[in-house]
Write a protein that binds this ligand. Structure first.
Ligand code: AMP
Ligand code: GLY
Length: 417
């Protein structure tokens, strides 16, 4: 089989790596890929949102299956476009991807089907939002309705902060049309968990839980990032909570979408807050998480291609997933300054010395025969162990061998479990 993977981050490297272990896969292309992916797939210079070009490439190269990593092409309808011309593609269609593409849509759906969420109000008029902010209790969480590259959520502590955020979203339009509607919601407290399921339109197969470390510095200090590390399974989810999430969140959201005429096929990722009153949904994503995929897929023993095909054929009920009985820890190495401004183009050395961990590339590029930094998050180093502590030790031992100017990573990923 010939496969095209869309994306160029650590998540896509983990997907390509897993698919390259499948016996039936002859060739993998990745658009646009990165320097690490280039070692196991042919990288194609097409951006993730160039849907027309991706389609032409898939047709011309007789691609048997396309796997989409990031949210943007899903929300823009890559699946619909590919399916129109008979190409097989893994991911939800445009309507279904609205669960991630519009927070307002997702909230209304969850409210209608009694799924536990933070109480909220949505505003499309500046004046009405401002009037609400004048009289509400603080803190509250303000969110841009549409996609904002993970930057559209603000926790605000008083009216002054709230007005600043509202101005940025609705007047300065820093998120473009994504901020036309603003959600204002109650702040939830507890531990966060990422919950991954695969849905074939009918059946839901719960995969694995994970924990994402969002803040840039140790002890959860500093600004939010795309994720500075992850561990799986999530140590805060016991069997009871797992069942509760399946029954009260995943099943009703999939059947709710069905009632609304939406057939969901693909990965469904629930971002949860484990509150005192039980798990509540912070958001749904229509794809795998990054860097959670870098801990979830290394634990998956079942052939990923089989999982994807069973999803497309509506046969997930016939599949049982097998997992390594281990813990996984992934530490992200980022460029100094990330998530704000950072420099690129520094040579990365020592990668060839890594023996006991997987190295997933995110922001890397080839410059001649050298691998250089080309993004904020540069590498993800994942190790498996019989305990989180064992996996942690391996990761941090291996990281010592890697070097580039200004490299930064958290030292506390997976600590304390
Ligand atoms: P989201 O994109 O909606 O998942 O939000 C990004 C991050 O903002 C989450 O992972 C949480 O850390 C935080 N967050 C979002 N909504 C809330 C909420 N209602 N209460 C507390 N934290 C939140
Ligand atoms: N790790 C968070 C995300 O992928 O959205």
């Amino acid at each position: 089989m010939k496969i095209l993977v869309v994306g160029g981050g650590g998540r896509e490297h983990a997907i390509v790596h897993k698919l390259s272990n499948s016996r039936r896969v002859e060739k993998i292309y990745c658009a646009p890929g990165n320097a690490g992916i280039a070692q196991m797939a042919e990288c194609i210079d097409i951006g993730v949102n160039e849907i027309e070009k991706l389609k032409e490439f898939a047709l011309a190269n007789k691609i048997d299956l396309t796997v989409v990593g990031p949210e943007l092409p899903l929300v823009e309808g890559i699946v619909d476009e590919f399916e129109k011309v008979g190409l097989r593609i893994f991911g939800p269609n445009k309507k279904a991807a609205m669960i991630e593409g519009s927070k307002y849509f997702a909230k209304k759906l969850m409210e209608k089907y009694n799924i536990p969420i933070a109480r909220f109000k949505a505003f499309c008029k500046y004046k009405e939002a401002l009037e609400f902010l004048e009289k509400t209790w603080y803190p509250v969480v303000m969110k841009a309705d549409g996609l904002a590259q993970g930057k559209g959520v603000f926790i605000v502590r008083d009216f002054i902060e709230a007005k600043e955020v509202l101005d940025l979203m609705m007047k300065k339009k820093i998120f473009g049309t994504s901020g036309d509607t603003v959600i204002i919601e109650e702040m939830l407290f507890g531990k966060e968990a990422s919950f991954f399921a695969i849905v074939d339109g009918e059946n839901i197969l719960t995969m694995m839980t994970a924990m994402d470390y969002k803040k840039v510095y140790d002890k959860d200090e500093g600004p939010n990032t795309g994720g500075m590390g992850s561990i799986a399974p999530n140590p805060h989810i016991d069997e009871k909570t797992f069942k509760e999430v399946e029954e009260k969140i995943l099943k009703p959201v999939v059947s709710g979408m069905k009632e609304e005429g939406i057939v969901y096929k693909g990965v469904l990722y629930a971002g949860l807050m484990l509150t005192k009153e039980g798990p509540k949904v912070l958001e749904f994503n229509a794809r795998f998480g990054d860097p959670e995929t870098q801990v979830v897929l290394p634990l998956l023993k079942t052939d990923l291609l089989e999982v994807i095909e069973a999803t497309l054929d509506g046969k997930l009920n016939e599949l049982k997933l097998e997992w390594e009985d281990k813990k996984a820890v992934c530490v992200i190495i980022s460029s100094q300054g990330y998530p704000l401004e950072y420099k690129k183009g520094f040579e990365i050395s020592g990668l060839e010395k890594i023996r006991e961990a997987f190295v997933y590339h995110s922001g890397t590029a080839l410059k001649g025969d050298k691998i250089v930094t080309s993004g904020g998050r540069v590498l993800g180093i994942t190790a498996l162990g019989n305990s989180y502590e064992e996996a942690r030790k391996i990761v941090y031992r291996e990281i010592e061998k890697i070097h580039f100017e200004g490299m930064h990573y958290r030292k506390d990923i997976g600590a304390g479990y």
